[in-house]
Design a binder for this molecule. Sequence first.
Ligand code: UDX
Length: 462
Amino acid sequence: DAKALQVAVVGTGYVGLGTAVMLAYLGHHVTGVDVDQAKIDMLTRGELPIYEPYLDELLRESAPRLRWTTDYASAIPNADVIFICVGTPPLPSGQPNLAYVAEAAQSIARHLNGKVQVVVNKSTVPIGTGDWVARILEENAVDYHANRYLVVSNPEFLREGTALHDSLYPDRIVLGSDSPEAIERMAELYEPLLSQDFAAPVSVPRPDCYTQPALVKTSLSSAEMIKYAANAFLALKISFANEIAGLCERVDADIQEVTRGIGYDQRIGPHFLGAGAGWGGSCFGKDTAALISIGHEYGYEMPILAAAIEINQRQRQLVIAKLQQHLHRLKGKRVAVLGMAFKPNTDDLRDAPAHDCIARLIELGAQVVAHDPIAMPRARHEWRHLRYQEAESAEAALRGADAAILMTEWDDYRRIDWESALRGMRHPLVIDTRRVIGHFGGAGIVEQIGKRPASRVAEVTA
Ligand code: UDX
């Protein structure tokens, strides 16, 4: 049996919570630390501050090995491994704000126990931050022992909405450190995930295409670079598909057929070629901007990334342009926006393309009726600066609308009876940015990205 380690996880956001719950499931004893008392109280009561599929179930399954506290003193001295999972929100310059990482490292340093302890950076941080964290530990530790506080970069690749699948069944585990001892302890921590007979939790079924994760051991800075390079590459795959989609519309090709045709080439792969309103979320925008800004610090230009960002911005405008082609003036028009979260199965609204779309519609004088199956309560608070109306259902949003824009591919929207919904609209026009509407035989206009506008959309063969 794998050895149970004592683990502290600092920061209980998406990454911290997922990491804490997953490690507790693996058999380790985990203490989650956060400065936010309200969050800790919620977690202690067994409630979750965010929505993430399976998190609730796995939390319950692992509860005996999980503890939550605001007190570093009760979490750090005992821990064999300490994870830093705090946020690194972008500064106006595009560089990530490392204030929370610094604060966490200082608080950790004050409670280190003088024995060998591994401090792991899971937050996405610029290359070189690991060394900087090591210096903070050295400067703030009460009783500093060189070679005892070992820093590791263990980047996180989980996606919101599938966070627990991604942490339980990862493609790879990247461990970057200049200390072989630290890497060894981390490999011990992840041992159950790497072993042949890993017993998957009942609550999070193993995916069909499961393969055992690769263990990638690197230097500290390579691991830090891997995280950025992975996100930047995924972002540019999407922007590439969006660029080709624009040309498809003009030459009467269909981007979905094109990406399917190129995706079978194993050198390209089928994933992250989905054209639409562009990428959003907390990572791609932040990490592409951060890489460019890191490059600038070294006098190095990154034109491919700059273009990927530019295409992403253009893509968000395209949705409005398509609407204007049909409705001309948007002033006074009632526009339904379906989907607010940046992607399905999350209530996360960070950098959601729907935000820019709603803001622009309001600016142009349209009356916006928005709906999202999960994110509406969060939007009520986070988007309170936007003057839109909420609809109790997608159907209610569509009723009497002059047009609709489908922004997020929630399954609920696939189940809408589109023929009857379009009949109930004042002007039956849907800009379907996510290819949700398949066979459509009724009257009305369904416009999709990367396909020549047509009044009827035939079934898209999967
Ligand atoms: C991403 C990375 O995938 C993950 O590995 C990393 O740890 C964090 O950042 P996340 O932001 O949660 O995860 O979502 P993801 O599923 O990657 O989607 C990001 C954005 O790209 C979404 O707005 C999504 O709608 C968009 N997207 C994705 C596309 O437009 N087309 C695609 O083909 C795929």
